[in-house]
Ligand binder design. Structure first.
Ligand SMILES: [Zn+2]
Length: 84
């Protein structure tokens, strides 16, 4: 897809300056005694060092998911991020 937001197409990795590409990552969070794993999260991933960065619109959604997980009683939760 030829984008009109051309200036956002090439981002640099804050760690190594490598090129960032859209991708999917798995996030894990430690919340007290609980472990939460969120799969299928859209992210920008550095092609050089592999570091993944959550997109800004994803962060809020992930926080909502974490709130929900905190109410569960399981020690380990694995959930899939679903867009929209
Ligand atoms: Zn990097």
């Amino acid at each position: 897809m030829a984008g009109k937001r051309e200036k956002n197409k090439f981002k640099k990795c804050p760690l190594c300056g490598g090129e960032m590409n859209d991708g999917i990552t798995t996030l894990s969070f430690l919340m007290g005694e609980k472990v939460a794993i969120i799969k299928n999260v859209p992210a920008e991933i550095c092609s050089d060092c592999g570091e993944a960065y959550m997109k800004s619109h994803v962060t809020g959604k992930v926080e909502t998911l974490l709130d929900r997980i905190e109410e569960l009683h399981s020690e380990v939760s694995i959930i899939y991020y679903e867009a929209a």
